[in-house]
Design a binder for this molecule. Structure first.
Ligand code: ZN
Length: 254
């Protein structure tokens, strides 16, 4: 039931992970790794046989995400990754946890899925002769904690409100009011649709807690994790399916 690959704990963040196969939901794109948390799997087959909990080292990786701490990635030789070394173990540099969500894996059990992106001054050891990374098409931007997609849709939702839908704070800057377009299910690497019914207008103080599941929204738009209701207007209906997805994937205990 242990995943020896994750070092470090709840208090300090995860120092390092070893990517060496054994989890059926892992995906390796080189600079981007979709990494299954520990627990709930049969070590002999790699199959999940129970839900994973946000405890122990999974909590460590979540801590790394929330505090923007680097995680050292070591790849071990194994089948199933074009980026693994041919033999032994290899240090592959610093990665940052860009996203963490609680999703149903291939076996039907819930896993904690961590998306890590490489940000290291050193060139990757697999070099430019390796296979072309088959990155999911929507994963392009590099950020440590959050992806803020400043799309036309995001500009539209900001024009509708020009202030935060949670606290109604309007942040004025010399360049005009500042707000962020927040996509409701931001489940990397499968990001939610860039549509108005999947977008909120939030201030920076509420965007991050929303992204990490500290604030969620009930079906009737009551806020969970803070007081009050989400401010909405008739011309901007929120799709309740996305709100449910966000609750289930980012705050499974809410
Ligand atoms: Zn706010």
């Amino acid at each position: 039931m242990t995943r020896g690959g994750i070092a470090g704990g709840e208090q300090t963040g995860a120092d390092s992970i070893v990517v060496s196969g054994g989890y059926e939901d892992d995906e390796d794109y080189g600079d981007l790794i979709v990494y299954t948390g520990q627990g709930g799997n049969d070590p002999s087959t790699g199959r999940q046989i129970a839900d994973q909990q946000l405890t122990l080292r999974n909590a460590g990786l979540m801590k790394s995400r929330l505090e923007g701490l680097p995680v050292r990635v070591i790849r071990g030789s194994h089948e199933g990754s074009a980026y693994a070394p041919e033999t032994g173990l290899r240090y592959d540099g610093l990665y940052y946890v860009e996203d963490a969500d609680h999703v149903v894996g291939r076996s039907g059990f819930r896993i904690w899925r961590f998306t890590l992106r490489r940000q290291d001054v050193a060139a990757p050891p697999w070099g430019s002769t390796a296979v072309t990374p088959r990155l999911p098409p929507e994963v392009k931007q590099v950020t440590v904690l959050r992806v803020i997609r400043n799309t036309a849709t995001a500009r539209e939702v900001k024009e509708i409100y020009d202030r935060c839908q949670i606290c109604e704070l309007r942040r004025d800057t010399p360049a005009g009011p500042y707000a962020e377009g927040a996509h409701i299910p931001l489940g990397a690497p499968h990001r939610g649709p860039d549509t108005l019914d999947n977008l909120l207008c939030l201030c920076p103080n509420h965007h991050l807690p929303f992204d990490v599941g500290a604030i969620t929204i009930a079906d009737d738009m009551t806020l969970i994790g803070t007081f009050g209701k989400l401010r909405t207007v008739p011309k901007h209906p929120i799709n309740v399916e996305y709100v449910r997805y966000h609750r289930a994937h980012y705050a499974p205990t809410a």
